[in-house]
Design a protein around this ligand. Sequence first.
Ligand SMILES: [Mg+2]
Length: 261
Amino acid sequence: MPQLQLRGTGLGDVEAVLFDKDGTLSISEPQLITLAAARVFLCLEQVELALRPALRDLLERAYGINAASDAIHPAGITAVASRDHNLIATATALAQVGLGWPEALALSEQVFAQADQADARRAAAGEMRGTSATTEGLLPWLEQLRAAGITCAVISNDDIAGIEHFLASHALEPYFAGFWSAEHRPRKPDPAAVHGLCAQLGVAVARCALIGDANSDLRMAVAAGIPHQLSLGYTAAWSTTPALAEPHPRIHHWSELSIGE
Ligand SMILES: [Mg+2]
């Protein structure tokens, strides 16, 4: 069975590699900043002037936006959580400036729908999702995995349409045998998400590596039964390096990985 190697050191035999998408396969920070900023802007428009400074501060902190450095917290809610968790965080900020919960929730749903429409318009214009770049050196690494007969899959909290769009826009579908999205149950970071994806792929969990840019990915992998040294942190997609928990090996460039016998 092929062995996964990091900077020349063997990590273990693998039959499959499960990849997180945002911040691992894709450089999503610019798109996430645009989306979060649109949500902030649309929320502020909906409340009276006097509430706006406090609401802006609450939303930016909740979303993990660092306006000064134009960066997103790599472990923040915008970066790692699903759309509906972001929606609840938005409603919470609206409640904190005095809105009732039903009103806060309804307003959040309205704002998210508007932000999605703006997102779709940009995608249609070829600006947004469609052009979210892949991380540097990804394609040669996927080619190596394919040549070695290793199955690859995506495990992401994006929805099915988002995952399919990303893969299609970079012509990556031939490299991935399957995916697990926010619409699958249970979703990431439940370890059963890994079991569900492995069952779908027909591979043994203990023969998988999982690569992600968040501690929640790495904890999930280990809890699911993936060996510690095959639960790998990827750090190169963010302007702020993600603070990943120690014993997990870290990848700073795809060229650090190789396949041996
Ligand atoms: Mg990620």
